[in-house]
Ligand binder design. Structure first.
Ligand code: SAM
Length: 273
């Protein structure tokens, strides 16, 4: 009997839910699939029989070696942390051995690090034109943040920075009892469909800095919240806001991605002057 390790966010999917989750991942024999956190293999085993190749990345050495010992055809088990720096090389090496650069991602994610993993997916999107979509299990509250509309409490850094590269859709709702041990929260399976071409965002790196800075002080107006960053970048914040057509008395949670993008363009133009 395997003991679930809390520090790795282990909540194993119950057999009764397996088929529904796997079907929602829409596997096909042409797929190259990267699974984050295969655990005991609840999703890995049925997926392995339905996709072309699978790379399973598992941080827990015991679980990874148990899975690797099954020697599933077309399945590569990598023992390591998906958030570690070396993972990009592991992914690139695995992709290079395949017949196509296209790949999909699936994972019943460890909830304690789900946001950093979503930001890691954004990095994969930037580095790999072949990344098509991700189907990930999240706590329902994080799924709400991904789908949040401007002006709501849930709208924030995760919403805007994910909208830069993907459209999020909830595909399945799961109660705590769908996992063992049961988490304290409800869960949702979310499909992140990569947007190509991305919305007309010329300076995603600048959007990233502005969004993170503005939302760390979400009670402040934009003019005030961006003041320190403006001083550091030698940018006149008032002028940049006017150039972007954004009222500086607004709060960050009221801005749509296109407005953050316009702000980033004006910010970038002001820094190169
Ligand atoms: N896929 C299995 C299932 O559905 O039953 C397990 C899901 S469990 C919620 C999350 C899995 O991710 C665990 O196996 C855990 O050990 C693994 N994990 C946690 N942190 C990780 C990380 N940083 N990198 C890779 N795997 C991780």
């Amino acid at each position: 009997m395997i003991r679930a390790r809390k520090r790795f966010g282990q909540h194993f999917l119950e057999a009764a839910w397996r088929d529904r989750v796997v079907a929602a991942c829409t596997p096909s024999p042409e797929d190259q699939t990267v699974e984050i956190g295969p655990g005991l293999g609840a999703i890995t085993l049925p997926l392995a029989a339905r996709v072309g190749r699978l790379l399973a990345i598992e941080v827990d050495r015991d679980l990874a070696s148990t899975l690797a010992a099954r020697a599933l055809p077309h399945v590569t088990v990598h023992t390591g942390d998906v958030l570690a720096d070396d993972i990009d090389g592991v992914l690139a090496g695995w992709l290079a051995a395949g017949a196509t650069p296209r790949f999909r991602v699936v994972g019943n994610l460890p909830y304690n690090v789900s946001s950093p993993i979503l930001f890691r997916l954004a990095r994969w999107h930037a580095a790999h034109a072949g990344f098509t979509d991700a189907t990930v299990m999240l706590q329902a509250e994080v799924a709400d943040r991904l789908a949040a509309r401007p002006g709501t409490r849930e709208y924030g850094v995760l919403t805007v920075l994910t909208a830069l590269w993907a459209d999020a859709t909830r595909v399945l709702e799961l109660p705590p009892g769908a996992f063992r041990p049961a988490p304290e929260v409800r869960s949702a399976l979310v499909r992140l469909e990569v947007r190509r071409p991305s919305p007309a965002v010329a300076h995603p790196g600048v959007v990233d800095r502005l969004v993170r800075t503005a939302f760390t002080q979400r009670r402040k107006t934009l003019a005030n919240g961006l003041k320190a960053l403006g001083t550091a970048d030698k940018v006149d914040v008032g002028r940049v806001l006017r150039a972007a057509g954004v009222d500086g008395t607004r709060r960050p949670e009221t801005l749509h991605l296109v407005e953050f993008s316009a702000l980033a363009d004006a910010w970038q133009a002001a820094t190169v002057l």
